[in-house]
Write a protein that binds this ligand. Structure first.
Ligand code: MG
Length: 374
């Protein structure tokens, strides 16, 4: 069976960003991860990523349900594409995509494949709606212009032959190579959001685009109680608090981390911490719950979610928690990979009522919101 190959170009130098833009984080994900996830959810059968030494290490650590191959990029974009095309086997359609266009959706990729099957090629592009003027002060006829995006999909033999004929590798997109080899490209309408990450200031815009994707917000709730006993440390949000009693539990009994973990897992519909880290497993005896929370965040990301914010209330008669709240927020935000402004911790005293008021236990209730990234 011939396959549809998705090629992600992630071997560029990205000089305008100052550092390797393929390793920057957008809602906690690198552009490579975002593109890979879109390909994973599309009809592509196999993914080839062109990498540098830096990005190769990162790509090898990424989970993916589809086969992923890495290929070392060349000196130019064209050389990188050619290397990837040579690494493809049994390919029918090749979908070539710039890693910097990391807001690409499975839908655009699927459209490129469908149309390339029909027309031999399918290039994502947009009409020009702005007035365009060159440095000679000549206003160009915008109706005669189109802005080229990727993905650009082609029947494999056609694009491979075109690249073989193109010895120079100076074209800035695959459609240019295809035209140079006498191809007549078919264009389809791209999405305005399918922009290219170019400057550091683009990150905030890209993050807001992800946050605004409609219908993708989920809310989760978590609640946990641990018994207060003598002879145990009191650890809340990774902060060891000097107190005459501590919380009983199989792990370090950090009830705040547990409630937030359950809220995050709940928002992603991934069960609860008891399922992921059972208290019957000796591996979790005395476990550091901040580290468990970090693993919950990783699970959340592996399932395509990013954490938007968490809010928790600790119900405890004693001790006074106010002096420790900032340190807790800092620890929690580190584990969750979000800014500290997205993590709220509050404390309330139950006025000597109920088991918390009688110093029998501490209870935490938490909510988390997460966003599906594609
Ligand atoms: Mg617990």
């Amino acid at each position: 069976m011939k396959k549809t190959i998705g090629i992600i170009l992630a071997a560029g130098r990205g000089t305008r960003m100052g550092e390797n833009k393929m390793l920057m984080r957008i809602c906690g994900y690198t552009p490579i991860e975002l593109c890979m996830r879109a390909m994973e959810e599309s009809c592509v059968d196999e993914i080839i990523i062109t990498v540098t030494d830096d990005t190769a290490r990162h790509v090898h650590d990424l989970p993916c349900t589809k086969p992923v191959k890495t290929v070392l990029g060349g000196e130019t974009r064209g050389e990188s594409v050619y290397n990837a095309l040579c690494a493809a086997q049994d390919a029918d359609i090749a979908v070539i995509h710039d890693g910097a266009r990391c807001l690409v959706t499975p839908d655009i990729i699927n459209r490129s494949v469908e149309e390339a099957k029909k027309y031999g090629s399918a290039v994502a592009s947009l009409p020009v709606s702005d007035t365009v003027r060159n440095f000679e002060n000549i206003t160009l006829d915008r109706d005669s212009l189109r802005i080229m995006h990727t993905p650009q999909a082609f029947q494999y033999e056609l694009i491979r032959d075109a690249y073989e004929k193109d010895g120079m590798h100076t074209n800035t997109d695959d459609c240019g190579v295809f035209i140079q080899a006498d191809g007549n490209p078919h264009y389809f309408e791209s999405d305005f959001m399918n922009q290219k990450l170019t400057r550091p200031s683009d990150i905030a815009f890209f993050e807001s685009c992800i946050h605004r994707r409609l219908g993708q917000m989920r809310v989760g709730i978590g609640e946990d109680t641990h018994r207060l006993v003598e002879g145990r440390k009191l650890i809340l949000g990774g902060v060891e608090i000097d107190y005459r009693m501590g919380l009983l539990g199989h792990s370090d009994a950090d009830v705040l981390c547990h409630a937030i973990s359950d809220a995050v897992l709940g928002a992603c519909a991934l069960g609860d911490i008891g399922r992921h880290f059972p208290d019957t497993d000796p591996a979790y005896k005395g476990a550091n719950s901040v580290q468990l929370l970090h693993r919950v965040m990783t699970l959340c990301r592996e399932n395509g979610f990013c954490i938007v914010n968490v809010d928790a209330t600790v119900t405890a008669q004693e001790p006074k928690l106010a002096p420790h709240i900032e340190k807790m927020r800092e620890n929690l935000s580190g584990a969750l990979g979000v800014d500290v402004s997205c993590v709220s911790v509050k404390a309330t005293t139950p006025e000597h009522t109920g088991p918390e008021g009688n110093l029998e236990c501490i209870t935490v209730r938490a909510v988390a919101t997460v966003q599906k990234i594609n």
